[in-house]
Design a protein around this ligand. Structure first.
Ligand code: PLP
Length: 949
């Protein structure tokens, strides 16, 4: 037997465990189990046509060689992306550390205090630099954040009677091109009209509800927007500002100018460009808009002892509750990147950031001054990091590329140069030499950066920032290393135990898949670099698209959407464009089963569709007759069905072919939510079940780590007739022949992390992928059988099997006074993260073990669940002082001198033997959600609060 196959590393159960597992389940073989699980008519007829699997060693060589095809020139392109220095301790201790990157979204706050604190630091950095009142814990990229700002201002306009009919949104012509494109995509379906123009000549009409400005402008000019903003205020027009975070260290903040929302990216805070992403975008606004804010906000609250604790605030705003009334569908954001950017601020502190911003500014002014001495004109009158130079662009480009330098060429005689943290005097001299060659002059040389400041007095930042302790004490490597470790230890991630989240697929994120992310040839490329310098990326991305086409059975793929919800949005916008191309402008009904994930109805609304909810039958399947009736009732206007397969209940519905056919017969398209693709790969696929388009969550099924709540990649794969509509990018065209405008900022979205999925598929190959799916189903059914008799499984297929996940019933335990949350919290005492709580059915748990867990871990989890089941039995309805209600138990509780709980310490914290050798201590006692929502605090306390103590 080969022992170097990656599949043996990725898949948990060992060969000699299988007989025991089969016996428990009651089958002879894995084939029999799959036969009893997957309906006959949807099975793939032939194996996936993929290249043979590479070993990990072969892949390492392959990716190194492919990486060498990326030419890493010095980049001064700007436009929202800049070379950045990732501090080595952050790279090693966070970026490359599974303790950070394999964690889940911090819904279970008690075992997530580390990343919650890191995110609070991030929010504080954003709040203070932008001068705003509140900030969220990241959005996907600057352009989608700008679109969210527009959507928020559109949503809140009705608070003002005069504006409730206003539908125009002014967009400054200084906005980044990719942001303009995303705004165009987002505005049309919700009925917003974009008016693009010069903010200096804009006339403030009554039909405008809002405006967006870029600060500094796209080619670097710094404008004083104070007058514009105050005039807008007089006209009740709300203002969003897309700002460069580093420039705010030196410039008056948009908040101080009166902005209502400030967005941007924190990429240049120590995040590699990665050919477009992932990076954390920020979103800051005023207190009064907190309930309309997209994304997740980390807030301060108290635990059961009244001690300070952190958690995600205002969770009721999530699409799961608001559904089609939500104005945003954002779910996965960019947590890992926000953690890194926040830590960059912690590591550098206000002085370090001041030094970096100064250096960047002085690089720009020094170069401008030297060019001027050479007789070359620079036209920005006030700038932070970007200068606009008049010269023959073709000649400059030729000279620059010889020196492996990229500028941005605005037009035939204008060159934009953006400086960054890495720029040295040598770089400045090289740039001057390029212009000397291009213009036939003699180059000036500089020996040091000058001290000129071109920022007008009115825009020189005078307010302080990052005065809090946390930004002023971890500036040595020892200090930051220990701080990062301290936070890491508070968080339970996949490197501790199984995280069996139904629908969220927390599988192995293999080190061989992750390593290439640290290679300079992969992570230092600007997304708008010329294609001939990105040949490694182009080859990898094209191959990944082809692999995904093969896996889904479809004809085309776009990797642009940077989350599953963004994929849903891209898919519905493609469907919309398809209908419109056939003159069917009226098709706007989206049928969505009641059990759908909250992002589905939220997305449909964003795409301008009207949601019609269809019923779920008693066995948890789609009520086919109700669906048929509605498909027929709405046939003239039917746009699509959004369906999750296998269903959100973890069942392969046998009627799926009938369902998709019925939608097509009534003029609709079928959108398949691919979050459950881990139950399909290699066995069936969306094309086979009759879908037209699906999104995939590469951060679920295809091994990209969750990063504590992002990054994500949500490509869509489409059938032939939808390929022409795949989205483009305004700077580097991508997509179909009649492409829709951009879904996200970068042409290939979060290209860097696509390497992980590419590695996953390339190292598993056809057999490994299929085997992974089979083992995911095996593991789920093993848990189902082991828990049977202790917990009821809610739904199963026709032959009694689960797919890759199952829902277990917890509502009857209310008779013993136990809620599903009590089980979730008690699991922490056993060293486990809870399965998915109350989705898709309130009061239940949805368990998905994935193929990566081995028998020992599955058994440990089942033993813990069965032990908890016994504890439930011991509980009584009026007893609020039991081991479940008091969970999780902290070390401080256990070691108190006056232990007065009615059970032993052993039972509280070491209910099972394995815990004696591998105990995870929750950082805080159970958090109080209601308290935190009533008193929303989403930044570190100001220094004064500490001084009072
Ligand atoms: C995770 C998930 C989504 C959303 O994906 P994000 O990447 O979080 O935006 C959509 N539908 C289902 C069923 C999911 O599980």
């Amino acid at each position: 037997m080969r022992t170097d196959a990656f599949a043996l590393r990725h898949i948990g159960p060992r060969e000699n465990d299988l007989q025991h597992m089969f016996k428990t389940i009651g089958v002879e073989s894995i084939d029999q189990l799959i036969y009893e699980t997957l309906p006959d008519d949807i099975r793939l007829k032939a194996p996936l046509n993929l290249e043979p699997a590479m070993t990990e060693y072969e892949y390492a060589n392959h990716i190194q060689q492919l990486g060498n095809k990326n030419k890493i020139y010095r980049s001064y392109i700007g436009l929202g992306y800049h070379p950045a220095i990732v501090p080595a301790p952050i790279q090693r201790n966070i970026f490359e550390n599974p303790g950070w990157y394999t964690a889940y979204t911090p819904y279970q706050a008690e075992i997530a205090q580390g990343r919650l604190e890191a995110l609070l630091n991030y929010q504080t950095t954003v709040i203070e630099l932008t001068g705003m009142e509140i900030a969220n814990a990241s959005l996907l990229d600057e352009s989608t954040a700008a679109a969210e700002a527009m959507a928020l201002l559109f949503d809140v306009r009705t608070r003002d009677k005069k504006k409730s009919n206003a539908n125009k949104f002014f967009v400054s012509e200084e906005i980044l091109p990719q942001t303009l494109s995303v705004l165009q995509t987002r505005s049309t379906p919700i009925g917003v009209e974009l008016i693009i123009g010069n903010h200096e000549t804009f006339e403030f009409g009554n039909d405008f509800f809002g405006a967006i400005l870029q600060y500094p402008g796209k080619y670097g000019q710094v404008y004083d927007y104070a007058a514009f903003i105050s005039k807008a205020k007089e006209n009740e027009i709300k203002i969003a500002v897309a700002a460069d975070i580093l420039s705010l260290v030196k410039l008056t903040s948009p908040g101080e100018m009166g902005a209502d929302v400030v967005v941007g990216t924190t990429q240049r805070f120590g995040i590699p460009m990665g050919y477009g992403g992932p990076h954390a975008a920020f979103f800051a606004t005023k207190e009064e808009y907190k309930r309309s804010m997209p994304g997740r906000i980390i807030g301060v609250t108290v635990d059961a002892n009244g001690n300070r604790a952190l958690r995600m605030a205002l969770q009721t705003r999530e699409q799961h509750i608001k559904r089609e009334k939500a104005t945003s569908n954002i779910c996965t954001a960019q947590v890992l990147l926000a953690v890194m950017a926040g830590m960059y601020a912690v590591y550098h502190g206000p002085q370090g950031l001041g030094y970096i911003a100064d250096k960047v500014h002085r690089s720009a002014t020094t170069t401008a001054g030297a060019l001027s001495k050479m007789g070359i004109t620079q036209t920005n009158t006030s700038f932070f990091d970007t200068i606009l130079v008049k010269a023959d662009a073709a000649k400059v480009k030729a000279a620059a590329e010889k020196k492996e330098i990229n500028f941005y060429y605005v037009d035939n005689d204008t060159v934009s140069i953006s400086f960054n943290e890495t720029t040295s005097t040598k770089d400045v001299n090289d740039i001057l030499a390029v212009f000397a060659e291009a213009t036939g002059t003699t180059a000036e040389t500089v020996s040091a950066l000058g001290d000129v400041n071109t920022i007008p007095a009115s825009l020189n930042r005078t307010s302080t920032f990052l005065t809090h302790d946390v930004f002023n004490k971890y500036h040595s490597e020892t200090a930051i290393m220990r701080y990062i470790k301290k936070l890491e230890r508070l968080d339970l991630a996949l490197n501790h135990s199984m995280i069996s989240l139904g629908s969220c697929t927390m599988k192995l994120n293999a080190a061989s898949e992750m390593l290439p992310l640290s290679m300079p040839n992969w992570n230092n490329l600007h997304p708008f670099a010329p294609l001939e310098q990105a040949q490694g990326y182009q080859a990898m991305l094209k191959k990944l698209e082809e692999q995904l086409n093969v896996i889904t059975g479809f004809a085309g793929t776009t990797l642009q959407p940077n989350s599953g919800a963004q994929g849903e949005y891209a898919g519905l916008m493609v469907i919309r464009a398809y209908h419109q191309s056939r003159g069917d402008h009226h098709r706007n009904i989206a049928l969505i089963p009641a059990s759908a994930h909250g992002t589905n109805p939220a997305t449909a609304t964003m795409a301008g569709m009207q949601v019609v909810v269809t019923k779920t039958s008693e066995n948890g399947n789609i009520d086919v007759e109700d669906l048929r009736a509605k498909a027929i009732q709405y046939k003239d206007n039917l746009a699509c069905l959004m369906v999750t397969y296998p269903s959100t209940h973890g069942v392969y519905e046998a009627s799926i072919i009938e369902i998709t056919k019925m939608i097509h017969e009534n003029g609709g398209q079928v959108y398949m939510d691919g979050a459950n693709m881990n139950a399909q790969v290699g066995l069936t696929n969306p094309a086979t079940i009759g879908a037209d388009v699906c999104h995939l969550n590469l951060h679920k099924t295809f091994a990209i780590p969750h990063g504590g709540g992002g990054p994500g990649v949500g490509p869509i794969c489409v059938a032939e007739h939808l390929v022409p509509f795949l989205p483009t990018n305004p700077v580097i065209p991508t997509g179909g022949s009649t492409a829709i405008t951009a879904i996200s900022a970068a042409p290939w979205g979060s290209a860097l992390v696509c390497l992980i999925s590419y590695g996953y598929i390339t190292m598993l190959g056809e057999e490994g992928l299929k085997s992974s799916t089979q083992h995911a189903i095996l593991n789920a059914n093993y848990i189902k059988e082991r828990l049977s008799g202790h917990f009821d499984t809610l739904y199963s297929g026709e032959m009694g099997r689960a797919a890759h996940e199952m829902i277990i019933e917890c509502r009857p335990f209310k008779a013993n006074g136990i809620e599903v949350t009590d089980i979730a919290k008690r699991l922490m005492d056993y060293g486990f993260h809870a399965p998915t709580v109350s989705f898709p059915v309130a009061g239940t748990l949805m368990i998905e073990p994935t193929e990566s867990e081995n028998l020992e871990e599955l058994d440990r989890f089942c033993d813990a669940m069965i032990s908890i089941r016994k504890e439930i039995e011991e509980a009584t309805a009026d007893d609020k002082n039991n081991v479940l209600k008091n969970s999780p138990h902290t070390l401080a509780m256990l070691t108190t001198d006056n232990w007065d709980l009615p059970y032993t310490r052993e039972k509280a914290a070491f209910p099972m033997e394995y815990l004696h050798e591998n105990k995870f201590w929750p950082g805080v006692r159970r958090v109080d959600d209601a308290y935190g929502d009533r008193n929303l605090v989403c930044s570190c306390a100001p220094i004064e609060a500490y001084m009072e103590n």
